[in-house]
Design a protein around this ligand. Structure first.
Ligand code: SF4
Ligand code: SF4
Length: 56
């Protein structure tokens, strides 16, 4: 299951730089993960200051 970014996201952009496959992009007020590109490595969750990315 791909990771998803919750509404807790403060749009800092840190996760986008940490993602090894470029699955994260800036969306409308928060960042979003392309579920088809995500390889479920967890780097975004480890990088995020507010714990917004999680695996459902
Ligand atoms: Fe990118 Fe890994 Fe986060 Fe998926 S889990 S969005 S591959 S950093
Ligand atoms: Fe949002 Fe966390 Fe990514 Fe920053 S690191 S853009 S707060 S999900």
């Amino acid at each position: 299951m791909a990771y998803k970014i919750s509404d807790d996201c403060i749009a800092c952009g840190a996760c986008a730089g940490a993602c090894p496959v470029g699955a994260i992009s800036e969306g409308d007020g928060k960042y979003v993960i392309d579920a088809e590109t995500c390889i479920e490595c967890g780097a975004c969750a480890d990088t995020c200051p507010v714990g917004a990315p999680s695996q459902e």
